[in-house]
Ligand binder design. Structure first.
Ligand code: SAH
Length: 233
């Protein structure tokens, strides 16, 4: 089976360098999302902007797998830091992904647990994690391999961040990763989520996000570039 790598970002800033660097073969619009097929560093890739949030991310991932035969998925983008050791610009590589806004606690389930389902915390592919770690080390990026928490909310409160860290053990928080992860898990497709910190998900998050998103997006993109250069098929 030939390798096709799906590369997803949620916003233009997160995929613009991928699009400008690839040899484009074809663009297809499906469910309002533009999928760009082509070659990047000798690999067949499909690049797309999912839009913000878990539903967009899940639909996009399913289409990548069904329609474009993608068999590995890399998400690249920005996030709010949750682990207090992280600074703006640092990288988080997903060890696992979980939805922090899946909340069925009134029925006795712990926060983040999807009821009546074996798995609620989705493990990223160990080979893709290793490749991303190798990229960070080679580039001298500060990185942490940890739990990516996703929810349909822009987190901008110190209190919430503290809870996400102490109760859920999150490394960072964003709005798409766990949806990509769950869709990949349901289809048996390996994935990894890469996020560079645009903010600290606190009271200054909206200001920091505006200031650092482009720079952080490009930093995450550099990791993807390195991964593709060292990806063996
Ligand atoms: N593009 C819009 C909305 C961005 S929403 C704007 O310019 O206002 C924030 C995006 O960045 C989401 O895709 C999310 O995954 C990520 N993100 C960055 N910091 C975040 C935070 N503190 N909380 C949640 N998501 C965050």
């Amino acid at each position: 089976m030939s390798q096709v790598i799906g590369l997803i970002g949620a916003m233009d800033e997160e995929i613009e360098l991928l699009l400008s660097g690839m040899q484009t073969a074809r663009k297809t619009v499906k469910a309002g999302i533009t999928y760009t097929e082509g070659m990047l560093h000798g690999h067949r890739v499909v690049v797309c902007k999912s839009g913000v949030g878990k539903v967009n991310a899940a639909v996009t991932t399913q289409i990548l797998i069904d329609r474009f035969g993608v068999n590995s998925v890399i998400f690249t983008g920005v996030a709010g830091a949750v682990n207090p050791e992280l600074n703006i610009g640092d990288i988080v590589i997903s060890s696992t992904c979980m939805q922090h806004d899946m909340d069925v606690t009134p029925l006795g389930f712990a926060r983040g647990i999807i009821p009546y389902q074996d798995i609620s915390e989705f493990a990223a592919d160990s080979r893709l994690i290793q490749l991303a770690e190798m990229a960070c080390r080679a580039r001298g990026d500060r990185y942490l391999t940890g739990k990516v928490l996703s929810g349909d909310q822009f987190v901008a409160s110190r209190e919430t961040v503290t809870t996400l860290y102490t109760e859920m053990g999150g490394a960072c928080t964003e709005m798409e990763g766990a949806a990509v992860a769950q869709a990949c898990h349901m289809n048996g497709a390996p994935f990894v989520v890469l996020r560079s910190m645009s903010d600290k998900a606190d009271g200054s998050a909206h200001v920091n996000f505006a200031e650092f998103t482009v720079e952080a997006s490009h930093r995450s993109h550099q990791i993807v570039e390195y991964m593709l250069q060292h990806f063996d098929t």
